[in-house]
Design a protein around this ligand. Structure first.
Ligand SMILES: [Zn+2]
Length: 106
């Protein structure tokens, strides 16, 4: 499992600050069109270019940000990508449950 770190940005669903994504191969660096699962709320997001309008001091620019993945967009993903997302979501859910159990014992 390879973890790629990026500039902190909030989850588009819950606002949780995310600064890393995990991948199952060596291609974890986010790119436009890549999908991800939030570790806090387990919702799906997609990376997309967001245009930043030019100001007096800076030229027009664009930054890669995570946006909510709509159910329709999810359905349009290739089957293997959907499978990976659901597996990652289930994995995170299991981790959260294990964590909650641990905390309940204290
Ligand atoms: Zn979230």
């Amino acid at each position: 499992m390879i973890v790629h770190r990026y500039t902190e940005q909030p989850c588009p669903h819950c606002g949780h600050l995310l600064d890393a994504s995990a991948g199952f191969d060596d291609d974890a660096e986010p790119r436009a069109g890549d999908v991800s699962v939030c570790v806090a709320c387990l919702q799906f997001s997609v990376w997309a270019w967001k245009e930043i309008a030019a100001t007096e001091k800076t030229p027009e620019d664009a930054e890669l940000v995570q946006q909510k993945l709509s159910p329709r967009e999810f359905n349009e993903l290739p089957g293997d990508v959907r499978g990976d997302l659901l597996r990652a979501q289930a994995h995170l859910e299991a981790l959260k449950k294990a964590q909650a159990l641990k905390e309940a014992k204290h």
